[in-house]
Design a protein around this ligand. Sequence first.
Ligand code: SF4
Ligand code: ZN
Length: 429
Amino acid sequence: MATYIKCGGEEFTFELKPIGKVCQLCKKETPIVTLSTQKLKLCKSCFSSIQERRVLEAVKKYKMFGPSDRVGIFLSGGKDSAVLAYLLRKVFPDIFFQGIYLNLGIRYYSDYAQKAVEALCAKIDLPLYVYSLPEKESFRIDDFVFTSFKDKICSVCGTIKRYLFSKLARELKLSVIATGHHLDDLISTYLTLFLSGDFESIRRLKPVNPPLYPGQAKKVKPLFQIPEKEIFMLAHLMELPLEGCSCPHGELTPAKKTKRWLSSLEEENRTIKYQLLSIFLHKFIPLLKEEKTVETFSPCTKCGEPTTSPNGICGRCRRVDLLNRVPERRLELSLEEWEKIQASPEREEWILFSLREREDITMDILSSAKEVSPDLLLEETKFFKTFKPFRKKKLLFYCYSGRLGYLFTLKLRKHSFQAYNLRVAENYS
Ligand code: SF4
Ligand code: ZN
């Protein structure tokens, strides 16, 4: 049984076992997957061929790229970009593809995801370019917990990523950027925007987005006709190296909530997603075209990237500027630093919490620690009730791997507590 956990906690499972006598397409092999819309029972090879054909059709129909293009694929370590890279390499062996990984410096996540991306690129023979935010720009996405964006980390992460997509595409001379948005992504975003009345953003949400200004790469979504569940099954069948989304900032966004609602509708009408896709693409978006406004771009006065901002400073630079005003961006302490604090009068200002994941861990340093249950993370009210009495203290968390303590640290920082994580196992960060 394969399991894949997404940001926000959504889970996919898939058991690899025969589900009939013969594949309903080739009539030869043993079927192991069901195509969700047609309820066809297929073998691995026929299932993969159908997905390859969908990508081929999407690229041709929407003229996503041609032989002279250089196509960039931003890889996250997750299933969507992995399947995108796998299918594009397989279906278009003669096109130049460049894999790119943005290491955003998110502790207990970015380095693991990078390893999955490196293994994927080695497996499918895709050149990889790694851009490390901490190394190149001396900040991490985590650092935004010290700014007014502390409870909107995913939004600020999106702004930084979009800026880097455009900048790196230009530096690497890429004419097209392919993203792993699939059918469920597109429909849930359409519906979320529709319900909020943001029709202008719906207009921009198409399988192909031409450049907004000269020199910008075209953005394409070759997987937009493939349901998310089938992407997960293909990733598993093709044994693609993956890192499930274990980003410590993962949130349940409105679009993710819409996705859940959509999945329940699908139980009654299995073609609902395709019906909605057709309505949005062929009926609704054409109606909105008349509303088009011309945006004027000028270079950001700080970074030089094109922006429509009236004050001349792009969204990325406005956010990064906030970090420059933070005197100290420390979220973790080493064991040595803690030992020094313990031996000093400063110890009075601190309270140490232990999140025991493993009973066998005993450390002298923890003798004064207050035990808290890792389950607190799942109980919002109890969580804040537990820590409220310590609002004036410096809170330090210990757990064996460092990851759980870091989750507590981030959650409390987002609510303006002075929380820190004790980094014990260097190899985990
Ligand atoms: Fe960025 Fe949020 Fe995704 Fe983490 S979960 S990588 S912070 S968008
Ligand atoms: Zn800028």
